[in-house]
Design a protein around this ligand. Structure first.
Ligand code: GLY
Length: 364
């Protein structure tokens, strides 16, 4: 039996009741000046999708449609090794994907974790949100659910990703039976990861890859939605799920307070409820950049405490040994992109066009 859809009147009544519910006075939404211009913010690799969707948003495209269409470009791109097709596999060589989406006006969300053989986990997350009473499906159940709704089984492990995985396996230990090539090819080949071009050595050593794409969108009507999708941590333990499908960690959206999402070390976003905290700080009246920096300071403190058990979480100078990027969008259309370190880019689209801007780094 299909569940009746709430009509707009009951949604408004429910929203009014929530706003006046006892105990919520302390978290009364901040008043954000509304602007009647669509805005998108997200990770650097969201730029091509934003360029495609911005004209449609100017014509009134719904924000959830926009956010999902933006991330689908990278999900289907075999050359981006951080998301979807071509993403780096787990330690067994199996590509498993995580994705989630959230819709501000109805405050609903859907997600899939460790789904296999599915080109567009973002669309399956939306199906979980719109066609089930659940928020999350994982593993074999999520993959079966995708097939039921017509998502064909796809081999996501590209030859390029297989080659990188094999080099990782060969380099794991000098005391096993796998040998690295005697003369590594000096092909100068570069691998695309979240909008950056990396050498094989950078992929295997400098970076422990936690690539992802996030997009938050504000529509012409002033409605918010967001989506995050990833192949997760490269060479992860099979079954590992990162922050991307965890509502409140890898993304969060509240129609009255804002939208946020993250890329980078998922465990740090889970432990800090990073996206939820970004949005709640904006609800309290903080500008997006201040909210993002406050969350990164929290993440830094948590890493320092975590180092008592896991020393590799911090560098010699006591700062986190990993990176986390956060992308924030207020209901009024103000954006920010922040990260723990570096000079990386993030993507923004508004009436001035779609472009890269530099993330603000907490620790320089
Ligand atoms: N942020 C992506 C992951 O850690 O899986």
């Amino acid at each position: 039996m299909s569940r009746p859809r709430p009509d707009r009147r009951s949604l408004l009544l429910a929203a009014g009741a929530a706003a006046t519910a006892p105990g919520l006075a302390a978290s009364a939404p901040a008043v954000h000046a509304r602007r009647r211009r669509p805005v998108m913010v997200g990770s650097a690799n969201a730029l091509p999708g934003m360029q495609e969707q911005l004209p449609r948003m100017m014509d009134g495209l719904e924000p959830l449609d926009a956010a999902i269409e933006v991330v689908k470009v990278v999900e289907a791109d075999p050359n981006d090794m951080s998301v979807g097709l071509g993403g780096l596999p787990d330690e067994d060589g199996v590509v498993t994907l995580d994705a989630a989406c959230m819709h501000g006006p109805t405050h609903n969300a859907g997600s899939v974790g460790a789904i296999q053989g599915t080109l567009h986990p973002s669309e399956v997350a939306r199906l979980v949100m719109e066609r089930t009473d659940h928020c999350m499906l994982v593993g074999e159940g999520a993959s079966r659910f995708a097939r039921e709704y017509g998502h064909p089984e796809v081999d996501l492990l590209t030859p390029q990703a297989r080659e990188v995985w094999l080099r990782w396996k060969e380099g794991m230990s000098e005391r096993d039976d796998r040998l690295q090539p005697a003369k590594p090819k000096k092909s100068g080949q570069l691998y695309r990861y979240m909008g950056e071009e990396l050498t094989l050595e950078q992929l295997l050593t400098t970076h422990r890859i936690t690539g992802t794409i996030h997009c938050s969108a504000l529509s012409l009507k002033g409605e918010l939605a967001c989506c995050t999708t990833t192949s997760g941590l490269s060479f992860k333990i099979p079954g590992r799920i990162g922050d991307s499908p965890v509502i409140g960690a890898g993304l969060y959206c509240d129609q009255e307070a804002g939208s946020a999402g993250g890329t980078g070390r998922g465990e740090s976003a889970i432990l800090s409820c990073a996206s939820f905290l970004c949005v709640e700080l904006m609800r309290g009246g903080m500008a997006p950049k201040d909210a993002g920096m406050t969350v990164l300071r929290r993440v830094t403190e948590q890493a320092q405490r975590g180092a008592a058990w896991q020393p590799e979480l911090v560098r010699e100078d006591g700062l986190p040994a990993f990176n986390l990027q956060l992308y924030l969008l207020s209901p009024g259309g103000e954006v920010a992109g922040v990260e723990l370190y570096g000079t990386h880019a993030f993507a923004v689209a508004d009436e001035d066009g779609a472009r890269h801007e530099q993330l603000d780094a907490l620790h320089g």
